[in-house]
Design a protein around this ligand. Structure first.
Ligand SMILES: NC(=O)c1ccc[n+]([C@@H]2O[C@H](COP(=O)([O-])OP(=O)(O)OC[C@H]3O[C@@H](n4cnc5c(N)ncnc54)[C@H](O)[C@@H]3O)[C@@H](O)[C@H]2O)c1
Length: 335
């Protein structure tokens, strides 16, 4: 695994904040609640260039946030109906694990481009570059270097997020490690490490973020599992077991916090990331041929479905698994 031998630290740092403002016009979509739909009050407004978004915590930012809070209370939340409605971008903050590269980094880029404040949590030092690159295009990003298996690193990441952006509205559990060996040759330490990072790492993250996510009944979590949660492949018992565990965890957490936090899962198929480094071209071609679309996926093609599941368009979707595999699994599943 890339970076697996590095000793993680709990150091967090905000990368440099860009001085430029964020564009001339901001469009805010009024998302309908059930009662809003009934009264046909859904609408889109354009706010002229009076709302800039300077460094979080500045007076202007607070006034802007206050206005959105009133707006949320008046138009988006309907506690009487017990519906969790996800925060949208512009003021919302998302924490993404495993965001130094691959699907996590692509998700951070996409969400930042849509207006989210993004917290990139990864044990690898590359995470700083990923955050800086988002800021260079005008996004709001915070790099937090840490290990998803360490509760103290989670505490540090959350503290830095609060002091930089405020509370967390959404979480993406994406970090992974995988070791290749048939079960009879897999060392117990290797098996344990995969459980710790892939499954217990998500447990730590959800527990650490839940107080924020539950605070106004509109939090959202996306857990990144894999098509291997449902299909056996030789040589990856730890990976397959943890990914199947994550789909169970999705349903469980969605059940426990249904009215407060929506929890969904994506099941990527073959996506071209560092996970494919060292895999011969002919094996890549064979995997591409197993999809009905006929190619490997791009990380941004997983980031898009994650953005959908976090957003207000998915306000009635929870406990779901969304397969993102170019049709890889439909040719293997007869049911
Ligand atoms: N790439 C694929 O073909 C594919 C297929 C199915 C599912 N997925 C899933 O998508 C997710 C992302 O995969 P990817 O291909 O982008 O992987 P990747 O290897 O490119 O990125 C994984 C990231 O997780 C980080 N990480 C590992 N251990 C960590 C720890 N203990 N604490 C913090 N960060 C840690 C790594 O540093 C790395 O940045 C994973 O959950 C993976 O199982 C990927």
């Amino acid at each position: 695994m890339p970076g697996s031998s590095r000793t993680p630290t709990a150091t967090c740092w905000p990368a440099a904040w860009p001085s430029a403002e964020y564009g001339p016009v901001r469009r805010l979509r009024w998302t309908p609640t059930w009662s809003g739909l009934r009264s046909r009050c859904a609408r889109t407004i354009t706010v002229p260039n009076t709302i800039s978004v300077p460094y979080p915590g500045s007076p202007t930012r607070r006034r802007h946030s206050d206005r959105r809070t009133r707006h949320d209370a008046d138009h988006r939340r309907d506690p009487a109906e017990g519906t969790a409605v996800t925060a949208g971008p512009d003021t919302a903050t998302v924490l993404i694990t495993g965001a130094a590269r691959g699907i996590g980094a692509a998700t951070a880029r996409r969400l930042a481009a849509s207006g989210w404040s993004v917290v990139l949590f990864d044990r690898d030092e590359e995470v700083a570059e990923a955050a800086t690159s988002i800021e260079s295009t005008g996004g709001r990003a915070l790099a937090c270097r840490g290990d998803v298996t360490a509760e103290s690193d989670w505490a540090a990441a959350i503290e830095h997020t609060h002091s930089t952006f405020g509370p967390i509205d959404a979480l993406v559990c994406n970090a992974l490690v995988t070791d290749h060996a048939p079960l009879h040759e897999m060392a117990l330490a290797s098996w344990q490490r995969q459980l710790d990072v892939n499954l217990t790492g998500a447990f730590h993250g959800i527990r650490a973020c839940l107080p924020d996510l539950r605070r106004d009944r509109r939090g959202a979590i996306v857990i990144v599992s894999s098509v291997h949660a449902g299909f056996g492949l030789p040589g990856v018992p730890g990976y397959a077991a943890t990914k199947a565990g994550l789909t169970g965890l999705t349903r469980q957490v969605a059940t426990e916090y249904g009215g407060e936090v929506r929890v969904n899962c994506v099941l990527p198929g073959p996506i071209l990331t560092a996970q494919w480094d060292g895999i011969p071209e002919q094996d890549r071609a064979a995997s591409a041929a197993e999809t009905v679309i006929g190619r490997l996926g791009d990380p941004d093609e997983v980031a898009g479905p994650i953005e959908f599941l976090l957003g207000a368009s998915a306000s009635f979707v929870t406990g779901a698994t969304l397969t993102v595999d170019g049709g890889w699994s439909i040719t293997k599943n007869s049911s």
